[in-house]
Design a protein around this ligand. Structure first.
Ligand SMILES: Nc1ncnc2c1ncn2[C@@H]1O[C@H](COP(=O)(O)OP(=O)(O)OP(=O)(O)O)[C@@H](O)[C@H]1O
Ligand SMILES: C[C@@](O)(CCO)CC(=O)[O-]
Ligand SMILES: [Mg+2]
Length: 386
């Protein structure tokens, strides 16, 4: 039987980077997904584990014997016990990845492949199978591709274990129960660590649980938003790497602990205020506009503080300047340094203005999209996935 999962990407409305240092952040999932399907090998002669990254046109294949020989110290699989990859296992997994000779231009994927091997062997053990990955999300662009990958992967692997309880006769997409979500979110976090180094857990948590969440020091609060939010997402297409950007902010924090402490405190207040605006009762059009004005100010302030942290970029500043001409507020989303930028589109903004802004941004070589915000987190499909 083939089983498929999908996990959404995300936007961060406030609090990226500061959340790694203990501040509050607010994030929402979007309707762009990473899909992972798993087909266990049925033939006794088939002794390989295959990983197909379809969008990247990359295929990896290991003999189970080779994986066992390298990772035999792991023993039996431990699906119910999310565990960090030890330094020794990191080294062994890196050797298995290196043998696959990833082309230099795609070497950034090596950390994703390592996360795959860690999650696979820890949850499934040494069983032959084919795992196929596709994604709607741009990789390394701030929309949480690494988290969606780890969440969808953990979800499909656990879907084949006895550690989660799911109705396998269900047709179409099925959500997981809360305790199963908690388990797969912990595994996804372990995968994220291999890609990010020191993730806060925000991205995998919003991809797992969906909707809009407030997140601080590893714990989440679901937000019941009373405001429809429309965001323009602009991909600057400037590549960057979350791990390097997070390390840069941490190094700046070591150099200027007091200043950065104040910056993180300010971000914490922004996130708290932003979430209380989202939750405050929806009233008439006038107060809706007032609420949107406040959100815009908070986004502007958050962007200023992200610039203080050193994670803005010339391409992001170009988007800021362009949208400011239309009196629209913009902030980077995710790790910054390029990647994606958010612009709030107020309810009463005319479609003509939106079209003009998009045309101007696209004439700079950027790519714009309007994604649906909120919605379900990770889901699984045993029968009839499209
Ligand atoms: N579909 C995928 N297949 C394989 N690896 C993936 C996939 N999606 C993400 N990854 C891994 O995640 C890395 C990108 O993660 P990174 O955290 O730098 O960016 P992001 O998650 O897109 O943005 P952000 O963390 O700012 O939200 C890729 O280089 C790769 O190692
Ligand atoms: C930059 C960061 O805050 C968000 C990346 O989407 C990193 C993290 O929270 O792990
Ligand atoms: Mg990431």
């Amino acid at each position: 039987m083939e089983v498929k999962t999908r996990a959404p990407g995300k936007i961060i409305l406030a609090g990226e980077h500061a959340v790694v240092h203990g501040s509050t952040a607010v994030a929402a999932c979007i309707d762009l997904y990473t899909y992972v399907s798993l087909r266990p090998s049925l033939s006794e002669n088939d002794d390989t584990l295959e990983l197909l990254l379809k969008d990247m046109e990359l295929e990896f294949s290991w003999s189970i014997g080779r994986i066992k020989e390298t990772l035999s110290h792991l023993g039996s699989p431990f699906p119910s016990t999310p565990t960090s990859c030890t330094a020794e296992s990191v080294r062994c997994i890196a050797a298995l990845v290196e043998e696959q000779n990833i082309p230099e231009a795609k070497i950034g994927l090596a950390t994703g492949v390592s996360a795959f091997l860690w999650l696979y062997t820890s949850i499934q053990g040494f069983k032959p199978a084919t795992v196929v990955v596709t994604s709607d999300l741009p990789l390394g662009a701030g929309l949480g591709s690494s988290a969606a990958f780890c969440v969808a992967l953990s979800a499909v692997l656990l879907g084949f274990s006895d550690s989660v309880s799911l109705d396998k006769n269900h047709q179409g997409w099925l959500t997981y129960g809360d305790s199963d979500l908690d388990l797969l979110n912990k595994w996804a976090f372990e995968g994220e660590k291999l890609i990010h180094g020191k993730p806060s857990g925000l991205d995998n948590t919003v991809s797992t649980y969906g909707n809009i969440i407030k997140f601080k020091s590893g714990s989440l609060t679901r937000i019941k938003s009373n405001m429809p939010l429309k965001m323009l997402i602009t991909n600057t297409k400037v590549g960057r790497n979350t791990k390097a950007l997070v390390t840069g902010v941490t190094e700046r924090t070591f150099r200027h602990p007091d200043v950065m402490g104040s910056v993180f405190n300010a971000v914490d207040s922004i996130s708290k205020e932003l979430s209380s605006i989202l939750e405050s009762p929806a009233l008439d059009d006038l107060s809706k506009t007032e609420k949107e004005r406040k959100l815009e100010e908070l986004m502007e302030m958050n962007q200023g503080l992200l610039q203080c942290m050193g994670v803005s970029h010339a391409s992001i500043e170009t988007v800021l300047r362009t949208t400011l001409k239309y009196k629209l507020a913009t902030k980077l989303t995710g790790a910054g340094g390029g990647g994606c930028v958010l612009t709030l589109l107020p309810t009463l903004l005319s479609g003509t203005v939106v079209d003009k802004v998009i045309a101007e941004l696209e004439s700079c070589g950027f790519q714009c999209l309007i994604a649906g915000i909120g919605g379900n987190g990770v889901e699984i499909c045993f029968h009839g996935s499209s």
